[in-house]
Ligand binder design. Structure first.
Ligand code: T46
Length: 140
């Protein structure tokens, strides 16, 4: 029996438009991504053995793609935890709201592109795991 993914999360395959010159992937807000894109950021140059994340967002949905290299993203909805290896530019990971995330095992050439449903807002972050668990329990 397969284990369910964390709530509102999962891998998506992006349409690869390749020809003899090489490859191209286009991502259109509200079409390939189930939200209007308000922000784009990318993480690169992560040092060896450094992990990032360790927080959740109250009201933010994101789509993450490793456009170069690889990393491992662990997602946790308070009940289910699953690790996703991102190592292909045509594979994107949808991350819903109220999901604890950790990123590990960045390759030296990793460029993690993230499309986000909202502007940056520090007040939207939950940076303590016990607080996150309490808030998830209060929503049930
Ligand atoms: C997430 C994971 C996947 C900004 O000023 N604007 C931004 O849009 C972002 C994302 C960050 N920042 C600042 C805040 C910090 O001073 O950049 C610095 C590094 O951010 P943070 O420590 O939050 O980075 P990560 O890699 O731990 O987490 C990031 C995102 O913040 C987060 O939303 O889901 O990537």
């Amino acid at each position: 029996m397969s284990v369910p993914a964390p709530r509102g999360c999962g891998l998506r395959t992006l349409d690869l438009k390749g020809d003899e010159r090489g490859s191209l992937i286009s991502i259109e807000g509200s079409r390939d991504v189930p939200f209007p894109i308000q922000r784009v950021y990318y993480i690169f140059g992560t040092q060896l053995n450094v992990s990032r994340g360790f927080h959740a967002h109250v009201d933010l949905t994101q789509l993450a793609v490793c456009v170069s290299g690889s990393c491992v993203m662990a997602l946790d909805d308070g009940s289910v935890r699953q690790e996703f290896t991102l190592d292909r530019p045509d594979t994107a990971l949808l991350i819903g709201p109220m999901i604890w995330r950790e990123m590990h095992q960045f390759s030296p050439d990793c460029v993690l592109l993230v499309l986000a449903s909202r502007w940056y807002d520090e007040a939207d972050y939950i940076r303590n795991y016990e607080d996150f668990k309490d808030k998830v329990a209060a929503l049930r």
